[in-house]
Design a protein around this ligand. Structure first.
Ligand code: GUN
Length: 300
């Protein structure tokens, strides 16, 4: 058995960003509408700061307006809701992203529900969650879909072509990744099982999968002998662990070197799913700006 083909998410994301940038230029030239993305960060979590900075930077690189809002760690929920109301009403803002996790005293669901569904470029508003949950097989994704799951499905479609009839196992049932990934695979006519911490004999279930998506946040949890030879494995995990040299390194939820000997396709960490998240955020923002300009959804 030859080694798995690595799915180059970094290259795919760069290409997608290029297509989004072209779409932005066309929208500006054709309709005079410049897509605008507002990011909101509450508190000073270092990882969140890095993510938010990167989102603003990429938006600007693609020709979008970028609005960076920072609130202190002790900001009240009312202050955050007031900011969201202002951004909802701002015609220059087409996408609003509230970086998660929020401080514990703020009710995340109430905040996500306050974002207008047409500006919800994270796809976390209950209306958009419901749209994805009730989508028919093959129907267009003409509403915002969570960025990381959308990125996973784009990488799978690029690597495998049609996913129809394939058996998919999604390990992890989070609302941010596991559940929306499962919905996207169902839409693509896969036979889908969602596994979680209480699943019995997880290795045996995983070995039934033509497509394995792993999003549980446990470093190198999924072993090589859980993988059916030739399966496509999408590793959504990003875990920082101690390295042999005393520093730290990033690993996924899949034991990479083992998986590489068995899988047919495999995403590396870093450089697999990670870069797709920001690229898909830009894609969602462009789509919502197009909607505002009266243009139809465009598969770019
Ligand atoms: N925190 C970690 N991932 C995400 C994401 O995709 N969107 C938001 N808003 N916050 C996050």
């Amino acid at each position: 058995m030859s080694e798995a083909r690595l799915i180059d998410g970094k290259a795919f994301a760069a290409d997608l960003r290029g297509r989004v940038g072209k779409g932005v230029a066309e929208l500006v030239a054709g309709k005079g509408v410049k897509p605008g993305l507002a990011t909101v960060l509450v508190g000073g979590d270092p990882a969140s700061q890095v993510y938010v900075r990167s989102k603003g930077k990429v938006a600007a690189e693609l020709g979008m307006s970028s609005f960076d809002h920072r609130l202190p760690e002790d900001a009240t929920e009312a202050e955050l809701l007031q900011l969201i109301a202002t951004l909802n009403a701002d015609t220059g803002v087409h996408g609003i992203l509230v970086q998660l996790p929020l401080p514990k005293h703020i009710h995340t669901e109430r905040v996500l529900q306050a974002i207008h569904p047409d500006k919800d470029v994270d796809g976390f508003h209950p209306i958009n969650v419901g749209r994805l949950g009730s989508i028919a097989a093959g129907a267009p994704l003409d509403f915002p879909v969570p960025c990381t799951p959308l990125g996973c499905s784009m990488l799978l479609a690029d690597a495998l072509g049609s996913l129809s009839g394939r058996t998919a196992v999604v390990v992890g049932r989070s609302t941010l990744v596991g559940r929306p990934v499962a919905q996207l695979l169902l839409r693509a006519d896969c036979t889908v099982t969602i596994a979680h911490s209480r699943t019995r004999d997880l290795p045996a279930l995983c070995r039934t999968a033509d497509i394995l998506v792993v999003a549980i946040g446990r470093p190198e949890f999924l072993r090589g002998d859980w993988i059916k030879p030739g399966a496509a494995v999408i590793d959504v995990g990003i875990n920082r662990v101690p390295a042999a040299d005393g520093k730290t390194k990033l690993v996924g939820d899949v034991a990479f070197e083992e998986a590489r000997q068995v899988a047919g396709h495999l995403t590396p960490v870093p450089g697999g799913v990670g870069p797709m998240t920001v690229a898909c955020l830009m894609y969602n923002t462009l789509q919502e700006a197009r909607r505002k300009a009266g243009l139809p959804f465009a598969a770019i």
